[in-house]
Design a protein around this ligand. Structure first.
Ligand SMILES: NC(=O)c1ccc[n+]([C@@H]2O[C@H](COP(=O)([O-])OP(=O)(O)OC[C@H]3O[C@@H](n4cnc5c(N)ncnc54)[C@H](OP(=O)(O)O)[C@@H]3O)[C@@H](O)[C@H]2O)c1
Length: 187
C-alpha cells in the first residue's frame, strides 16, 4: 500500500493564505516548482489526491481541473455540500465529493491509488484532521520567502500538540525550501 503525503506552501511567518483568503503570494516560483525533478517524482508516485472544499473552491472554474491540474488522478473532495453540477472529468481525473469525513475520503483515495501514494494538498483544516487521526505518513512544508503578516495558519490546533515528527528530507526548489518530515506513529 502507498503512503500518505500531506503538504502545503507556507510563508516564513507560518500562513497558508492572507487575511483575504488569497494564497497567490505563495506561488512566486510555480514554473520552477512544476519543472523540478522533485515535483516530477511527486506526480509519478501520486495515485489519488485528497483536498478540502475550500481548496477545491480556489479554482475559479472547477471544469478547468480536467485540463490543467497538475495531478491528473482521481480527486477526493471532503465537503458537507457537493456542488450542484458535477465538474468536468477526463479519463484520468475524476471527482468524488465525500460527505462522511476525512477518514472516509482517505479510505476511498487509498483504494483508488492502489500501490501509489495519496497526496493531500490542503487545506490546513483537512490536513490537521488527518494528522490528528494518525493518518499522515509524510508531512511537507514548502517554506516560501514571503511574509504575509496575518492570515490562516498552517497547523493551528492545540489537538496537534505532541504529534511526533522526524526530518526526512530538505529540498531547495526555485525560491522555496521544502521540508519533509516523517510522522512517527505509535511507540
Ligand atoms: N498555501 C497552500 O499551499 C494552499 C493550498 C491549498 C489551500 N490553501 C489555502 O487554504 C485555504 C483553505 O483552508 P481550510 O483549511 O479552511 O480549507 P480546506 O481544508 O481546503 O477545506 C475546509 C472545508 O472542507 C470541508 N470539510 C473539512 N472537514 C470536513 C469533514 N470532516 N466533513 C465534511 N466536510 C469537511 C468543509 O467545507 P464545507 O462544510 O463548506 O463543505 C470545510 O470548510 C484556501 O482558501 C486556500 O487559500 C493554501
Amino acid at each position: 500500500m502507498g503512503q500518505v503525503h500531506a503538504g502545503m506552501a507556507v510563508s516564513i511567518d507560518g500562513f497558508v493564505e492572507d487575511t483575504r483568503g488569497n494564497a497567490g503570494a505563495l506561488s512566486v516560483d510555480s514554473e520552477a516548482l512544476f519543472s523540478s525533478a522533485q515535483f516530477a517524482e511527486t506526480k509519478a508516485r501520486t495515485g489519488a489526491v485528497v483536498m478540502g472544499r475550500r481548496t477545491f473552491d480556489m479554482a475559479d472554474d472547477p471544469d478547468a481541473f480536467a485540463d490543467i491540474y497538475e495531478f491528473q488522478v482521481p480527486l477526493f473532495v471532503v465537503t458537507h455540500r457537493p456542488p450542484e453540477r458535477h465538474p468536468r472529468e477526463n479519463d484520468a481525473l475524476t471527482f468524488t465529493f465525500v460527505t462522511d469525513g476525512v477518514e472516509a475520503a482517505l479510505a476511498q483515495a487509498r483504494a483508488a491509488a492502489g500501490e501509489h501514494d495519496v497526496t493531500v494538498v490542503g487545506g490546513p483544516d483537512v490536513i490537521g484532521q488527518l494528522l490528528q487521526s494518525g493518518l499522515v505518513d509524510v508531512l511537507e512544508m514548502d517554506l516560501v520567502p514571503v511574509l504575509l503578516g496575518a492570515g490562516t495558519r498552517f497547523l493551528d490546533s492545540p489537538a496537534l500538540a505532541g504529534v511526533r515528527l522526524e526530518r526526512e528530507f530538505v529540498h531547495e526548489i526555485g525560491r522555496r525550501t521544502t521540508l519533509g518530515f516523517r510522522v512517527v506513529h505509535g511507540g
